[in-house]
Design a protein. Structure first.
Length: 187
């Protein structure tokens, strides 16, 4: 197994353990920021260490920038796939209550907005179809798509796309920084 894949597996395992531990210590929290930031840090670590150890095996002066980007992307994309699949399993089986909680919060927020006369007027002005509907019908229309938006599958797709995009950006930046600074001094 290549070193870039081993490093991606290690970083993904660290995030999975941290996510499960976070769930065990804070089971009903809605704060996602610590796990999101840790995810971004571990993706950057996966890309950086994957490229560094790949170049260490290959030789610091061997190869070109595209082969370096490919090695960094390999590590980043493997990390993204593993973490995204775990998120799908997590929100489907381990913590499905989180999705239900998000949906109920949005339904409450919509209902509160509709209960205000100025809120109802603003919602009707934003969508011409709502002009002739009752408040209850507007509520039904607005809450219709919440289950698909907050589903585990949509979280999986968005997370995978976001992490692959971030992996691409990190791979380009890390390759440029390593080739301009680090590999010149080591090679």
């Amino acid at each position: 197994m290549r070193i870039t894949i081993k490093i991606a597996l290690g970083c993904a395992l660290i995030w999975i353990v941290a996510k499960v531990a976070y769930h065990l210590f804070f089971p009903n929290t809605g704060m996602l920021q610590p796990m999101i930031l840790l995810n971004m840090l571990l993706l950057l670590s996966s890309v950086s260490f994957g490229l560094f150890y790949h170049k260490k095996q290959e030789g610091y002066t061997a190869g070109n920038a595209l082969s370096d980007i490919k090695a960094a992307m390999t590590s980043g994309v493997v990390y993204a796939v593993i973490v995204s699949v775990f998120a799908l399993l997590y929100y489907s089986y381990i913590n499905p209550e989180f999705t239900e909680h998000q949906i109920s919060e949005m339904e409450t927020a919509i209902q509160l907005e509709l209960d205000k006369p100025e809120g109802l007027k603003q919602i009707r002005s934003q969508n011409e179809e709502f002009e002739v509907l009752t408040k209850e019908q507007i509520y039904e229309e607005l809450t219709k798509g919440l289950k698909s938006v907050y589903s585990a599958q949509s979280t999986f797709v968005l997370m995978l796309l976001g992490l692959v995009l971030l992996s691409t950006i990190y791979s380009l930046l890390v390759t440029i920084i390593f080739r301009k600074i680090l590999f010149r001094k080591l090679g």
